[in-house]
Write a protein that binds this ligand. Structure first.
Ligand code: ZN
Length: 157
């Protein structure tokens, strides 16, 4: 106790006085998403993709390809572009890709935590602010989060 341990995956610093883990924050965010209220509900897919890409042990079997495609679509054209992409994916592989990436598979083929893993300029701790994911400027913070996740993967590729 007393030491400040960063998250082993995304590298977010944890406040020793208030050590909320990324997982706890993610659950708080999912609860807001599922309330379907603005601004969290519509950004559910974007938020989940950001979190998965920054916590690779949770990535589904596709290794994050869908999450990266979704974030790139969001950064390019906002939620309209995301809707288009998700619609295409549903039609294209209805038997493989289903909505939420909740079927998390521990896939040994994905390069997991190693010394060269990317660190991120924006993490869930930044988006959460005080742990409550305040609505004010939430959209802007998620956009920065998405850009940080995509950018790190591009550099690390
Ligand atoms: Zn983390």
């Amino acid at each position: 106790m007393g030491s400040c341990e960063p998250c082993p995956e995304c590298g977010a610093p944890m406040d020793p006085l208030d050590p909320r883990s990324c997982d706890e924050l993610f659950h708080a965010l999912l609860a807001l998403d599922h309330s379907r209220r603005e601004p969290w509900g519509p950004l559910h897919g974007v938020s989940v993709s950001c979190f998965l890409l920054q916590h690779p042990h949770r990535l589904p079997a596709d290794g994050g390809a869908m999450a990266r495609a979704l974030l790139r679509a969001y950064l390019r054209g906002g939620l309209d572009e995301v809707d288009r992409l998700v619609g295409q994916a549903r039609r294209g592989n209805s038997h493989r890709v289903r909505g939420t990436p909740s079927r998390v598979v521990r896939d040994a083929a994905v390069p997991h935590c190693d010394a060269s893993r990317p660190r991120f300029s924006v993490t869930i701790q930044d988006v959460a602010v005080d742990g409550t994911f305040p609505a004010s400027e939430f959209t802007q913070r998620v956009e920065a989060w998405a850009a940080a996740a995509v950018d790190a993967w591009r550099r690390g590729a």
